[in-house]
Design a protein around this ligand. Structure first.
Ligand SMILES: *Cc1c(COP(=O)(O)O)cnc(C)c1O
Length: 355
């Protein structure tokens, strides 16, 4: 049966390495668990590595982690809650990334608001996902100060997620500059400048992250050891943290080109085929519902992935030196996106391994 092997100790090593790297530059790391769907053991691994704040985008995941983690850690809600969820969000998290005055207003009006709650207002420095567009940020931040007073603890930005915009020192200078201007206008000094996600790590590595930036929110680099925005592995980290296994449920030699008039596949795509003659093909017990086929890399490098429909992943074994049989397992590395889908699938068993 299809399953994913999870190595929390390896994630812990990545977390510890990156935490220390950032600490040397005066930067605090928020450990982001969302790609694992808020896996409790991954959160624990980050905490054991010395990380003091867990970042999650979903309230459900925070609740699950809270129920299993005993240590006293902070929880950051990365995505603003729906209006109907503000009260529960205040119950389970204490730091919030917000980017909307109306939501901020709801937060500070909520009966559940307590002294330990902190708001970080997001500034869009070019990637076009969340945040107030930086050129218009100051007036909105002044309003945010009026609304939230001391609850407004900082500002942040996120890059490399929608627009694929790369982090540069200039992007972070924008954040620091806005904070400085806000201080001049209002007398309020912000404590937190929350800059990076994984895509911003090169600035730490080459020591070009502007002084004053004091928080990075890291998920992919800790969990996968990769940086998809910069298309690289993160130096000093391991990538063998999660391995996916699919079971061969059919093994047959068939032609490489379908026979008949070609319409569209199960997902409306027009398939293209190259005639390579008869091929040895295996069907594995997972599909689009569980994985992103293009994000899988077989550990047996002679295997290629042909296609997937909802529940069938078809791979080509012709070139492999291994004599596979029905019931055998085939192992894969996963991209960030593929891991996200695997961890979200209710059909892939999660198996934790030591070492
Ligand atoms: C997901 C997310 C992160 C972590 O990003 P990685 O690329 O996984 O390091 C940081 N900040 C916000 C707001 C996020 O949504």
């Amino acid at each position: 049966m299809a399953f994913v092997e999870i190595y929390p100790d390896r994630v812990k090593k990545n977390a510890s390495y990156l935490r220390n790297l950032c600490a040397d530059r005066g930067i605090d790391v928020v450990g982001v668990t969302k790609v694992t769907c808020g896996d409790e053991k991954i959160a624990s691994a980050m905490i054991e590595a010395g990380i003091k704040t867990i970042g999650e985008s979903r309230i459900e995941n925070i609740i699950r982690i809270r129920n299993s983690v005993v240590d006293n850690v902070d929880f950051m809600l990365l995505r603003p809650p729906q209006k109907s969820k503000i009260s529960i969000a205040l119950d389970v998290a204490n730091i919030f990334l917000v980017s909307d005055l109306d939501i901020l207003d709801r937060f500070v009006e909520a009966p559940k608001l307590r002294k330990h709650h902190r708001m970080i207002y997001m500034i869009d420095t070019g990637d076009l996902r969340e945040g107030i567009w930086y050129k218009e940020a100051l007036p909105e931040l002044e309003k945010a100060v009026k609304i939230a007073g001391g609850y407004l603890a900082g500002i942040g930005t996120n890059l490399g997620c929608y627009g694929g915009v790369l982090a540069t020192p200039e992007k972070f200078e924008i954040l620091l500059d806005i904070g400085e201007r806000l201080y001049k206008q209002t007398g309020v000094r912000l404590e937190i400048y929350s800059a990076g996600n994984t895509a911003s790590l090169p600035l730490i590595e080459d020591n070009t992250c502007p002084e004053g930036i004091n928080q990075f929110r890291l998920g992919e680099s800790i969990v996968c050891g990769t940086d998809v925005t910069n298309n690289r592995v993160v130096p000093g980290t391991r990538q063998d943290t999660f391995i996916l296994y699919g079971e061969i449920i059919e093994l047959k030699t068939k032609p490489s080109v379908p026979e008949g008039k070609i319409g569209r596949d199960a997902f409306g795509r027009v398939p293209v085929f190259e005639d390579k003659g008869p091929r040895l093909r295996a069907i594995l017990d997972m599909g689009e519902q569980d994985v992103i086929p293009s994000g899988l890399t077989p550990l047996d490098s002679k295997i290629s992935i042909l296609h997937a429909s909802s529940d069938h992943l078809i791979v080509d074994l012709t070139e492999s030196n291994i004599d596979y049989r029905t019931g055998d397992l085939i192992a894969f590395r996963m991209s960030y996106g593929a891991l996200l889908r695997v961890m979200t699938s209710g059909y892939i068993e999660k198996v934790y391994r030591d070492g």
